[in-house]
Design a protein around this ligand. Structure first.
Ligand SMILES: [Zn+2]
Length: 164
């Protein structure tokens, strides 16, 4: 466990040695810098903001089950999500889906400590450009079809980013 000062606030940062000795460091980045749009769903504004990935972004995230903050990371650089597929695993089908699910679970479990609420192992929802998140207040996932998303430019946000 390391201790970093981020934005003047003392944060404990989970430093996990992966097989490749990578150490993860959490810091805050501007949402636009990492291709994350910040907006609201019409009629659901009371539940807070939603975070949506742009097509150009390679970010993926994990959402905390306690405080609902999302920690983002590069999907193409994350060693847990980019583990070589075992030769015995097919390129599609049920076994492949299990392999993907296992990688995503390993990714979520790699967040040892939530940077917002300090909960341990609280990340339970994998976020990508095809999976939606909960609202900021924890209200369940944003429904797929028929939701009216709009950007709120003044909601430019600083988001947690996991670096390797
Ligand atoms: Zn949390």
């Amino acid at each position: 466990m390391t201790v970093n000062t981020i934005g003047g606030r003392l944060c404990r940062v989970g430093a996990i040695a992966l097989g490749c000795e990578a150490v993860m460091v959490l810091r805050k980045r501007s949402s636009s810098e990492v291709g994350i749009r910040v907006g609201r769903i019409r009629g659901m504004e009371k539940h807070g903001r939603v975070f949506v990935l742009t097509n150009e972004s390679d970010a993926v995230g994990g959402q905390c089950s306690i405080c609902h903050v999302i920690v983002w990371a590069s999907g193409s650089r994350n060693p847990l999500l980019r583990r070589p597929k075992p030769a015995a695993c097919p390129d599609s089908g049920e076994r492949y889906s299990e392999y993907v699910a296992e990688n995503r679970l390993a990714f979520l479990r790699s967040f040892s400590l939530c940077p917002e609420c300090n909960s341990v192992c609280s990340f339970d929802l994998f976020v990508s450009n095809i999976t939606s998140t909960r609202y900021e207040d924890g209200t369940e996932r944003i429904a797929g079809d028929g939701v009216d998303y709009y950007d709120v430019p003044e909601d430019e946000a600083w988001v947690w980013w996991l670096d390797f």
